[in-house]
Write a protein that binds this ligand. Structure first.
Ligand code: ZN
Length: 275
């Protein structure tokens, strides 16, 4: 599932291809996505010019000079600009023609856990994020906020990092990688961390996400960036998906357990249960 680094890569790829371009036509498949489509939105979108492409958590935001388009890639979403002459792959649910003739903005999603929705204006979009209690972006999180958030939950660290209301954008891969970098056991209770450990984790999350963005995110299954290029961070993983392989730090075998209903990978030697 695309997490913050993958979504950020899509946004950075799309920005130069979309800003200043007008959406001239929309073709949409009849299949339902995770969030409902309103037929009136087609009229709201067509002939709008893209003013900006932004990211918030795992969401992609398109500023259309009035209305805003909000896209979530779900598990298998691909949001790309392609030549209209490039073959249309199966499971392409939205195709926007762009005014520069040859290019199309396409949203493809095999599993259809993704969504494309439209908001009338920025305040309406902001209300959506407020209602969903989306937490702060993980870069430059206030240290006091972070410590308080960890201290006020009774959950383990893995579940806490996955909670989008505590910090936006971290998912299964980057939770495991951050905990490994911070040398903290994923099953440890968040409220048991010392202030120094909490700070180590806050910086590890930033560090891992920054590195992953520099590698254009991780391609596990279907993820590609906005220009169709794959990510490369999957080759840098310390623990994720490396069950039985040696830890890059201590050579112990990486262990896999299930926590918060999710596959969780860690090094039992570098990440001891007790700090
Ligand atoms: Zn280790």
């Amino acid at each position: 599932m695309p997490e913050l680094p993958e979504v950020e890569t899509v946004v950075r790829d799309l920005r130069p291809l979309l800003v200043g371009r007008r959406l001239t036509r929309l073709e949409k498949s009849a299949l339902a996505m995770r969030r409902n489509w309103d037929d009136r939105w087609k009229k709201r979108l067509v002939s709008r010019t893209v003013r900006a492409v932004e990211r918030r958590g795992k969401w992609i935001l398109l500023d259309l000079e009035g209305p805003w388009m909000l896209v979530h890639l779900g598990m298998t979403g691909q949001f790309t600009v392609a030549s209209s002459k490039a073959p249309r792959e199966n499971h392409t649910h939205f195709i926007f023609r762009l005014d520069d003739g040859d290019a199309e903005l396409r949203f493809r999603d095999i599993r259809r856990f993704g969504s494309l929705t439209v908001f009338d204006d920025r305040p309406t979009l902001d209300s959506f994020f407020i209602a969903s209690k989306l937490g702060p972006e993980p870069f430059g999180v206030d240290a006091k906020y972070w410590l308080d958030a960890l201290r006020s939950t009774r959950r383990n660290l893995k579940a806490t990092l996955l909670d989008q209301t505590i910090v936006a954008g971290v998912g299964n891969i980057y939770a495991d990688e951050s905990l490994h970098l911070a040398k903290l056991h994923p099953g440890r209770l968040a409220n048991s961390l010392t202030a120094a450990e909490a700070e180590r984790l806050r910086l590890a999350v930033e560090n891992v996400l920054t590195q992953a963005i520099a590698h254009r995110g991780s391609t596990i299954r279907d993820y590609v960036g906005g220009s169709g290029l794959m990510g490369g961070f999957q080759d840098e993983f310390g623990v994720y998906g490396r069950t039985g392989e040696p830890c890059r730090g201590c050579r112990s075998e990486i262990t896999r357990i299930v926590l918060a209903g999710r596959s969780t990978h860690f090094c039992a030697r570098c990440q001891k249960q007790r700090g």
